[in-house]
Design a protein around this ligand. Sequence first.
Ligand code: SF4
Length: 383
Amino acid sequence: MEVKHICNRCAKSRMTVKSCNRLRRSLALWYQKHHRFLPWRQTKDPYAIWVSEVMLQQTQVKTVIPYYQEFLNRFPDVNVLARADQQEVLKSWEGLGYYGRARHLHAAAKIIVADYSGKLPQSWKHIRQLPGVGDYIAAAVLSIAFNQVYPVVDGNVKRVISRLYQIDAPVNKSSSYKCFYEIMKELIDSKKPGLFNQSMMELGALVCKIRQPSCTGCPLLNDCRSYQADTVTDYPKRERSRPTPEYRIAVGVVLKNGNLLITRRRSKGLLGGLWEFPGGKIKADEAPEAACIRELKEEVNLTVNIASFLTRVKHAYTHFKINVDVFICNYLSGTIKLNGPADYQWITLDEIDRFPFPKANHKFIPLLYKALSEKVDGQERII
Ligand code: SF4
């Protein structure tokens, strides 16, 4: 018997009830034997599962593990998280990237405490309304924590489905989402939806990998169309993406009476709420030193001169890359007027650790320590 037609683009992916059942069984057996021991799989606490899923979005498992454990030590339940200061939450997220996730998690915790007596809502409608909870997080939490039948669609799942049924819809196009979702809806094990979702993601992570999938050890080998047709390397399809733009940035570490100036970014948008050393984009045909002096004047209204060049660091975000020239600057004149940043502070070198900084800043902070506290003739020297 044939399961109902999925959609035009996925017509090839018609699945029989028999093959769906076989696939569920094979996958469940494989998962039982081969899944990784991960800390968030040892808990039934919906809060902990939610935290793990938020962290795992956009970030690799091995990076998440220490952050997850540390985060739960610091904020063991939703009430503690809701009461915490946003800066404390951002500090605990420092280095994990995509800081909007931390801000949303924090905001959602406040709503859960205020409106749901500290319990994660169990309905799609309510959980989906929480800040930062999109289709993926909602489906993952509801299926894993509450055993509700919502299929997850992440990068691993799309890759497995794409190869399994020779799906031509590009995995990196948002319009393809529905196609993969509809197939997952047919496939999901309604008795154990959470386990099924985790099994599909685990198979993508461990077996049906981006490069060199281990087909011979795959439990879905007999049902995999691309394997049978010897077209595994043709899937998943991707739409060619535009080249990533690269920007040159000049940053100034301004020194005044032994203190350093840091500014806080506005709470919304990229790196929102984090602290950084002020600076900005270098214009075409502009020297980095001139850009640094200009940016400091425009952004914080200070007149400075360049004391020395510290270093150049490179950093990649999802949609662009930056090359950052970092200068140590002497304060000359002016009182601070903020044009862009939400806040500022003059801090000592030792206080840097108290503030959450973006990763690009962390790439040069160790050099800054060295440069500003290097010993000269046995004396501690602060430039
Ligand atoms: S047989 Fe190979 S391509 Fe097919 S699902 Fe398994 S690992 Fe992926």
